[in-house]
Design a protein around this ligand. Sequence first.
Ligand code: ADP
Ligand code: MG
Length: 487
Amino acid sequence: MTSPFDLYEVVIGIECHVQLLTNTKLFSSAKNHYGDAPNTNVDILDIALPGTLPVLNEKAVDYALRLGFALGCQISHTSVFARKHYFYPDLPKGYQISQYDKPICGEGRLEIRVDDQIKTIGIERIHIEEDAGKNVHVEGGNVSFVDYNRAGTPLLEIVTKPDMRSAAEAMETFKTIRALVTFLEICDGNMQEGSLRADLNVSVRKKGSAVLGTRTETKNLNSVKFLGQAAEFEMRRQILEIEAGNTIAQETRLWDSNRKESRSLRSKEEAHDYRYLPDPDLLPLTLSDERLTRIKNGLPELPREKENRFRASLGLSPYDAAVLTSDREVANYFESALQTHNNAKGIANWIINDILRIVKVQNGEDASISDCSISANHVAQLVKLIDDKVISSKTAKSVFEEMLDDSNKDPLQIVEEKGWRVEKDEAVLTNAIAQVIAQFPNEVQKCKTGKTQLFGFLMGQVMKMTAGKVDAKEATALLQKTLDELP
Ligand code: ADP
Ligand code: MG
């Protein structure tokens, strides 16, 4: 029997809010900085004292253009700031300054990679807007506070077309946007701190249908994992509703990451509810060709370009290249290690299998490579010690453990202190093999008469006897030769 889930297709579009790394706010000179004491980064404009006027932060405009060019968007020579009206204690003006019918960037596209296939996700628009403050609810208490530090923080909102067809594609889109904004150095990409958050729009329709179903919007997802879980949840919920004969209400929902479910927050507002109007305090934003050219020419190498270069000129596998370019800090770490020792594959392996794994174990899933105590330079030195046959790859794992304990020591220093250099003295290996053969005559005999799996056992004994300090390849060859020559 076919499951009802197989009869439907999910349609997803996301809106990504990108907090910009400017020094000051979008329209005031208050500091734009996360984590400071409440209400310390506040200008009279941010709390809407009468008579204050907004002054546009040009850096935020440049950042919007960087992103617009990187996403191949149509850039508007003239865009308009609009007031979006609603009441909430964290919005003292009673309206948010945003862009409405004339945003700075129009249609563009984003390439994502799913199962090593490239898929293009359409971009609807990017607009500039200000963030609101934050209501702080005290657990168990009957008071709430408002922190206006975030009020007026510059945001870009990226709106995609409803082009995603699975939770995996939505996650990949969010991840790719994160990589892009961090490479462009316009956002720190820190989802936990809310620097990057997504609203998830989901609808379902019968497979083969060309019309879109009614969508719901799950607000403020601040991790790739939550976005994926919320998409799966919503898709199943809608299918079950429709199969039960109900209709989907267009509504705004909230994700509860502890219960792994979303609940309805309010029925969805329509644009006319906000009474958008052009902000009379701000002139239309006009951009010169000279400015556009300057920004366009100043773009850095983008993640996809870097990924292709890592594959084509460094010979990395598609997987390795994708992991190393998923995050600007990881890419920087890798490239900085390459400066010390030019073995891309070797260094890539250590970063992906050891460094990134350990960082997550020590600092949680959302950890950044900058939390790692081991420097890129030291990782490169470690790989060089293996390549130069100063240590075996097995010993390298122990050196790595020591590096984790004391990140000040360089790998060679550890090797010297521990006496872990590969034994270059041929006699040590010959002796060890002779001893093993003498100690395990039965195993040796069986190995010679066909029980070849015992070869691994004998090798293990040789490595044990030499404390892993002999070159494994040489040891294998010599053990084989010695066994062959035995009567
Ligand atoms: P609003 O602010 O009202 O949510 P936007 O135009 O800013 O409207 O964003 C709409 C988002 O919803 C876009 O990402 C778009 O791709 C997506 N979307 C629109 N219709 C559907 C639909 N039927 N199913 C899924 N996503 C949709
Ligand atoms: Mg929306």
